[in-house]
Design a protein. Structure first.
Length: 437
């Protein structure tokens, strides 16, 4: 395999993140990159005709995507090599009846999506992006992606003069009362959300009236671009590193395949991991199983047990970002399992099955790291603390597939802007490329 350019890979990740303010945009950007490399779009509503060595992808609900480089051997003999990740990140999302007028301000009501570090969303230049569903010319609903791009909203902090103990007692935020962003001043004129959205559609060449908007899925996001930092440019400052960084690594490794292998290689990027994965397009849904079953139907020997045999030959790498040791809070980390940013991929373990790693899959990934010239790190949560989870245990339980949970180390997880190391991007890509060989 050709060596990986660390700086170019980190730069490409930041471009991928900035093109993906929402899961809808992440799937669109992923599909664009796949199409440019010769991947053919499949439609779940249509029959699939598949050929050995072919490259295909399929989306569900515009927020989850799976892509496969079909193997040269029948899948019940060679199995699948899969990397799973997720497109969603904690954020603020608009309520259906979002307009709020209070104390002379126009505001927009929001719900909290996932485990948001609320304080990090204060005093930021926020915009809106997502999907609009409008009445089409034929009288049927049609979806359009929008991104207002410009600073539009702000959740203002309370002045310290009115909260004198904030630095000693901590900031206490009520999600319903304190996280409502301001959109404008009533004295400056109307600030009607639907009118803003119609203007955005018009800029994209879509003619619609405010009344044509039938529904929406809109997310707030920070307009500040992703960037490099550190004395030697070693850090990445970006939103949604958890978990677009893992999506990017999986996609980059798949696109680096120069030819088909015996095994069918693929990635699945799910929505809704941050809220439990219980949806049609989440890991607890049928998306991946449906895709794999249809591949088996079109790429196996036709025996009724082909799917089950294929799964027994398969592996899944569940890629989700990992907790790096925090220099200011090192006591909150398990003493002998403290991953360092820039130290390479992290194998995540939890005996209570918050992670799907076991001794076999740990060894399997460690061997891949050795082949790639990378030394893996290990993460275990302190025994007296709870442990987060991933799509790994859910997918393993759904399919019965051997699974290892891994991730690149980071700080500021679930903040509006997160922190990772540039070197870890190329390291993870290199290991996943070995996985696909």
């Amino acid at each position: 395999m050709s060596p990986i350019d660390t700086d170019a890979t980190a730069k490409d990740l930041l471009a991928y993140i900035d093109a993906s303010p929402t899961p809808y945009h992440a799937v669109r950007e992923t599909a664009r990159r796949l199409s440019e490399q010769g991947y053919r779009a499949l439609d779940e509503r249509e029959p699939w005709t598949l050929q050995p060595g072919e490259r295909v992808y399929v989306t569900r609900a515009d927020t989850s995507i799976a892509a496969f480089h079909l193997g040269t051997a029948f899948v019940e003999r060679a199995g699948f090599r899969l990397v799973g990740s997720h497109t969603d990140s904690p954020n603020l999302r608009l309520k259906p009846n979002a307009a709020v007028s209070k104390q002379g301000y126009h505001q927009l009501g929001v719900e909290i999506y996932g485990g948001v570090l609320l304080s990090t969303w204060l005093d930021r230049d926020l915009s809106l992006a997502g999907r609009l569903v409008v009445l089409g010319a034929d009288g049927r609903p049609e979806g359009h992606l929008v991104d207002l791009r410009r600073p539009l909203l702000r959740v203002p902090n309370l002045a310290i003069h009115l909260n004198r103990t904030v630095n000693t007692d901590g900031l206490k935020l009520n999600a319903q009362d304190h996280m409502v962003p301001v959109l404008g001043l009533e004295s400056a004129g109307p600030a009607e959300l639907r009118s803003l959205l119609v203007r955005e559609l018009a800029g994209a060449g879509v003619r619609a009236e405010a009344g044509d908007i039938l529904g929406y899925d809109l997310c707030l996001y920070d307009t500040q671009p992703s960037t490099r930092s550190g004395a030697n440019g070693e850090f990445l400052h970006a939103p949604r590193l958890d978990n677009l960084a893992s999506c990017h690594s999986a996609l980059s490794a798949l696109l680096a395949m120069d030819k088909a292998r015996e095994a069918t290689c693929g990635v699945v990027l799910y929505d809704h991991e941050e809220v439990g994965s219980r949806s049609a397009q989440g890991a607890a849904g049928t998306f991946l199983r449906d895709c794999l079953e249809r591949i088996v139907l079109g790429h196996a020997d036709g025996r009724p047990d082909a799917f089950h045999r294929a799964i027994r030959h398969s592996y899944l790498v569940s890629a989700d970002m990992a907790h790096a040791v925090h220099p200011n809070y090192a006591a909150l980390h398990e003493p002998r399992h403290q991953p360092l940013m820039g130290g390479g991929p992290v194998i995540k373990s939890n005996v209570n099955q918050s992670y799907a790693t076991d001794g076999e899959t740990w060894a399997y990934f460690a061997a891949l790291c050795r082949e790639a010239g990378v030394t893996p790190q290990h993460f275990v949560t302190r025994t007296d603390l709870g442990c987060g989870s991933t799509i790994g245990p859910i997918t393993a339980a759904q399919l019965g597939i051997r699974t290892v949970d891994v991730g690149s180390p980071m700080l500021s997880m679930h903040s509006i802007r997160e922190l990772a190391a540039a070197a870890d991007v190329a390291a993870m890509v290199s290991v996943l490329r070995r996985f696909f060989t």
